[in-house]
Write a protein that binds this ligand. Structure first.
Ligand SMILES: NC(=O)c1ccc[n+]([C@@H]2O[C@H](COP(=O)([O-])OP(=O)(O)OC[C@H]3O[C@@H](n4cnc5c(N)ncnc54)[C@H](OP(=O)(O)O)[C@@H]3O)[C@@H](O)[C@H]2O)c1
Length: 318
């Protein structure tokens, strides 16, 4: 019998339901991915977030195949998200990028397909972030993500993805897409946590019926914050955990959920996965959400990564 799943869902502007909690999979290595996805399904997750560049789609597809074959879940109960890599943003490459993901996931369709970032790089086979001999990123200044969007829409028309959206887009970039869109973006996946609250962008997206997904909600402790502040040990977050009798991670994951966003914490640890799912058992008061908002320092934990795109015409933080 298929396992029951009682977690909250957000309704997208096309009427689809997206589970508010998903499993993030960046940095989950291929040999870890099958076990991670299976543990997440057992913990009640139905939303899995991956991307071509995470290099684990094949194993995620394998895990999906297995949990369906084991009768734990039906395909239609799952919400699978993947992303168009930035070396495939030029319109003539979109389909190729999409089919690479679909084939590796071993699926007939995905639920949500996102443009990973508005910042195109040059296409060089097998180089996700191609650089020259000096190590400088080979950006592609000629690709306009609006043209990419028109190709993304064809994938919806053909039933290859149920919905489409963007990631790392700012207000102006979303406006430009909305201006031409036949199928509106249903989602913008962005970095969001109390050190980087993105109030204006979140309000803008919500006013346009675009659901926001928060990534690095825990401050991406295992990679990006080298030397930076660790939000999981922030005294305000810790004190709030004590007040609600919850862990700091649960407070940080509940924060975007209170703001109407989806969350996709990465985890390899089945105990963390279960703990994270329990954020639907409590709510933060408006006052406590405000206290977390007040921690804002406009700090992207992925700053080091974004710096390489500083000169890109579509750099989203300009
Ligand atoms: N669209 C984009 O450009 C973009 C960029 C970045 C991320 N993302 C997506 O967002 C996902 C999440 O973001 P992220 O990977 O940057 O980092 P994150 O979710 O903020 O942090 C992941 C880290 O938190 C730990 N963790 C998870 N649950 C915990 C808990 N209950 N208590 C303590 N530690 C816990 C994990 O360790 P354990 O494994 O030990 O649990 C892992 O080290 C990514 O995996 C990816 O799917 C998208």
């Amino acid at each position: 019998m298929a396992a029951q799943n009682s977690q909250a869902c957000l309704v997208l502007s096309n009427g689809m339901k997206m589970p508010q909690m998903g499993l993030g999979t960046w940095m989950i290595k291929p040999h870890e991915a099958v076990a991670a996805v299976k543990a997440a399904i057992d913990a009640g997750y139905r939303h899995i977030d991956t991307a071509y560049v995470y290099d684990n789609e094949e194993q995620i597809g394998q895990a999906i195949k297995e949990v369906i074959a084991e009768g734990k879940v039906k395909r239609e109960e799952l919400f699978i998200v993947t992303k168009l890599a930035i070396q495939y943003l030029s319109p003539e490459r979109v389909r190729e990028g999409f089919y690479k993901s679909l084939k590796m996931l071993q699926l007939d369709y995905v639920d949500l397909y996102l443009i990973h970032s508005p910042t195109a790089v040059q296409y060089i086979e097998d180089h996700p972030l191609p650089t020259n001999e000096k190590g400088e990123l080979l950006i592609d200044v000629d690709v306009d993500y609006v043209d990419t969007w028109k190709e993304m829409e064809k994938l919806v028309d053909e039933g290859l993805t149920r919905s489409i959206g963007v990631s790392n887009f700012n207000e102006k970039q979303i406006e430009r897409v909305l201006h031409v869109a036949k199928h509106k973006p249903v989602n913008n996946q962005i970095e969001l946590n109390p050190y980087f609250i993105r109030q204006q962008l979140v309000s803008f997206c919500q006013s346009k019926g675009i659901v926001v997904t928060s990534y690095s909600s825990l401050g991406a402790p295992d990679k990006a914050s080298e030397g930076g502040p660790d939000i999981l040990s922030d005294p305000v977050v810790k004190a709030m955990g004590e007040k609600y009798n919850r862990s700091p991670a649960q407070i940080l994951l509940r924060y975007p959920v209170n703001r109407g966003c989806a969350v996709i914490p990465k985890s390899l640890n089945p105990e963390h996965m279960k703990e994270n799912m329990k954020i639907f058992e409590f709510e933060l008061s408006a006052e406590d959400v405000k206290s977390l908002d007040d921690l804002n320092i406009n700090l992207s934990q992925l700053k080091k990564f974004w710096i390489t795109f500083n000169d890109h015409p579509h750099y989203p933080f300009a």
